[in-house]
Design a protein around this ligand. Sequence first.
Ligand SMILES: NC(=O)c1ccc[n+]([C@@H]2O[C@H](COP(=O)([O-])OP(=O)(O)OC[C@H]3O[C@@H](n4cnc5c(N)ncnc54)[C@H](O)[C@@H]3O)[C@@H](O)[C@H]2O)c1
Length: 436
Amino acid sequence: MREIKIQPAKGKLGVLLPGLGAVSTTFIAGVLAVRKGLAKPFGSLTQLNHIRLGRRDENRNPLIKELIALSDMNDLYFAAWDLFEDNAYESAVNAGVLELSLLDQLKDELSAIKPFKAVFEKKYVKRLDGSYVKKYSNKYEAYEALREDIRNFKKANNLDRMIMVWSGSTEIFLKASEVHKTIESFEKGLRENHPDIAPSMIYAWAAIAEGVAYANGAPNLSADLPAMYQFADKMNVPLAGKDFKTGQTLMKTILAPGLKARMLGIGGWFSTNILGNRDGEVLDDPGSFKTKEESKLSVLEQILQPQLYPDLYKDLYHKVRINYYPPRKDNKEGWDNIDIFGWLGYPMQIKIDFLCRDSILAAPIILDLVLFLDLAQRAKFKGIQEWLSFYFKSPIYAPGLYPEHDLFIQLMKLKNTLRVMAGEQEITHLGLDYYI
Ligand SMILES: NC(=O)c1ccc[n+]([C@@H]2O[C@H](COP(=O)([O-])OP(=O)(O)OC[C@H]3O[C@@H](n4cnc5c(N)ncnc54)[C@H](O)[C@@H]3O)[C@@H](O)[C@H]2O)c1
């Protein structure tokens, strides 16, 4: 097996967050609360998950963070950008996810996190209006201004390494075009203000240019472009994305592999949501919804493989709806009606009513991505990090492959990558050697 050299996880790790809204502030406040011993980091693999090593009769099950050096939560430093000037405390209060009694215990540290002005254009997120925006005459200038913010933050806090996670709003649907093909065409596009270059792409380009690993928590393309892959490769930067896998899609990628494993057919899967946070308001715009819809729809097709099982899945009617409903705030309700059929075609139904909390599900994903991307960076991994597909609705993947959506395959991929990084044997679950 190839030995993978990993730099030690020493020193300070900067976390750069474009977008200081519900998810970002729930993540930051959560890290601060855990550091103070006020709460536990439930939902985070890097903090809680054990990993089996070797044969089953060896009983070796260390925590992931005992197997492989991850940065300590105490070494994280936060920076953000937003088009609203609210600091992290004000934004967290406004998001209404965490109780005031908790936020008030973290008030000094949260209030000290003030966003940089955003690179923002309304045409890419139609439902937002904010004035706390950088002035630039072309997108190249915007890119340079972001690079300067990154460098200033690094210097001011004497940081060793940094990670960027896009936690900004979902932008309108864009397709990859000529301008996204090569490093040269993209840089030309930045100078010429090309309309196919959205703000999230400018942040990603700035991160890569500064040697900072980048993950995209939203469904917009951002770094999922050939030019970005080439640039990340050139700059030795790891990339991950896109769209955090949290509520309804998490359930889908847990349930669909199970139904398929038992060769049960699916005639229809209707998913609808009500949510009332700012994300819900942004997604009320058809342009932003289209981006989200594409991301949410793609998972079943890949998991169920209708081309291999036409009788079971070819006619599946899959519909996804998101309804903005302010009274519900961040506490989304996601309903699924699944029409399935079994032996001889007899129909059955499954109903799911998931009363979830969007940002509570997303925050530990950011923590894990930060720590795992930092690990990838220290291991000199570059480009697409498919082993982090576990965290995304629309995982990015190498050209010529297809994305892996099945949560259990994704988990195996993630854990085997960690085993290999640590010089341990990967686990196939074959188990024949216990009997033969
Ligand atoms: N919470 C979840 O379960 C979940 C799951 C998957 C994806 N996401 C995605 O994560 C993102 C954040 O979700 P949220 O609930 O925190 O939304 P939010 O609306 O509370 O926060 C997003 C923030 O980004 C800011 N923003 C928008 N464009 C920006 C730009 N160009 N530069 C800097 N800031 C910008 C907005 O002003 C806002 O404060 C959304 O795109 C959402 O679709 C969330």
